[in-house]
Ligand binder design. Structure first.
Ligand SMILES: *Cc1c(COP(=O)(O)O)cnc(C)c1O
Length: 378
């Protein structure tokens, strides 16, 4: 049987990705090397200076004894540990290889060609990537002048085509947050078929009475999912562990789409041990409580503008005058082995994001930036 000529002509000469895929700017992770420097201080990916709980490391190592076995496809041990720590039904929890995987799953499950996903301009880059990868249309909404998500503008951006609204609270890379009244107001304005994704990756660090993670809203509403990660405060970024809580219907849909063994066994074991170690989390919070205000104060005293942050990082704004720019500051710091994050891809070309590090790292950054602004060569 010969294929009609018309049919053959419609096909491209080589495999072509679905529409949207080639519009993705691939995510560029924070740098981790400083050429020619012996001791490197990596403050570019919001990792914790405290490392993981010793219990998590032990659990990870023990899991190494059984590498021939498939992991538990439903990650029950981890979901039960999270459920116990958070006081929620494990059936309402889904785990993923980092919250990045969960964000992708949400997009693949709820967004298709012609659908829109709304998020803020300075929101986490993965929202745009996941939307495009699903064939959907990203709709970026400008933040307020203070780099806070603009609830009214987000609401105004919702159209009949909107399927998902992504909100990082607190947001990365700005470090700003929305009080929970504002999140409730946003949710109340959404049509019931629009899924509100509350990405609370930095929630453990927040010390504000008007903040909530969104856990209760995710349990009570039909159209809210809250995502969390073990990569930040739990210090397990290498293992790729995230989790989310939502309505039974949303969790059921996501479970149909996810890979059958999306969580590896060492990650399941280490995550369960980490979430049970509340003392370790408290230590990380205490470290942040000490050094976040110190850094903000010192950097401001140098004449730099710092966006008020509730996370474990700060967004530092640089002048645009030659010799003083963010790109030059980044190069200067890198020569001293200090790696911050350029946030040009987030539409913030004049800023650098710095993770709160060890006392040594934090003091070195302040000293280095003081030299930089004074015009030192290196
Ligand atoms: C770091 C981060 C995540 C977590 O990513 P993982 O895939 O869990 O490592 C999610 N959302 C935001 C806003 C982040 O900054």
């Amino acid at each position: 049987m010969s294929v009609p000529a018309k049919e053959t002509q419609r096909h491209p000469a080589r495999p072509e990705p679905r529409p949207g895929v080639m519009a993705i700017s691939a995510y560029v992770p924070g740098k981790s090397h400083a050429p020619g420097v012996e001791k490197v201080f990596k403050l570019s990916s919001n990792e914790t200076p405290l490392g993981p709980s010793p219990a998590a490391i032990a659990a990870y190592q023990a899991a190494g004894a059984n590498l021939q076995d498939y992991p538990d496809g439903s990650a029950s041990v981890l979901r039960e540990a999270i459920g116990k720590a958070m006081g929620i039904d494990p059936e309402r929890i889904i785990c993923g290889a980092g919250s990045d995987e969960l964000l992708g799953l949400i997009a693949h499950t709820y967004i298709g060609p012609g659908d829109e996903a709304v998020f803020s301009t300075h929101g986490f880059l993965v929202y745009k990537i996941a939307t495009l990868a699903s064939g959907g249309t990203p709709v970026a909404v400008p933040d307020t002048d203070d780099l806070v998500a603009d609830v009214d503008a987000l609401i105004a951006a919702v159209t009949p085509r909107t399927r998902v609204l992504f909100l990082a609270n607190p947001n990365n890379p700005t470090g700003t947050y929305l009080p929970f009244d504002e999140v409730r107001r946003l949710h109340a304005a959404l049509p019931p078929h629009v899924l509100l994704v509350l990405d609370a990756a930095y929630s453990e660090y927040v010390r504000r009475n008007d903040y909530e993670t969104g856990l209760e809203l995710a349990l009570s509403a039909e159209n809210v999912i809250m995502c969390r990660t073990f990569s930040k405060i739990h210090g397990l970024a290498a293992l790729r562990i995230g989790w989310a809580v939502s309505s039974a219907a949303v969790i059921d849909a996501l479970n149909r789409v996810r890979g059958p063994f999306n969580m590896n066994a060492p990650a399941i074991a280490a995550g369960a041990a980490a979430i049970a170690d509340a003392g370790h989390v408290d230590q990380a919070v205490a470290h942040n409580d000490r050094w976040l205000p110190w850094l903000a104060g010192e950097l401001t005293a140098l004449g730099l503008k710092v966006t008020p942050s509730v996370g474990n990082f700060v967004l530092i704004h640089f002048p645009t005058s030659p010799g003083r720019t963010a790109a030059e500051a980044d190069a200067f710091l890198t020569r001293r082995g200090i790696i911050l994050r350029q946030v040009r891809a987030y539409g913030l070309p004049n800023s650098l994001r710095m993770t709160i590090g060890t006392e040594e790292a934090n003091r070195l950054v302040v000293a280095a930036l003081s030299d930089f602004l004074a015009g030192a060569e290196r």
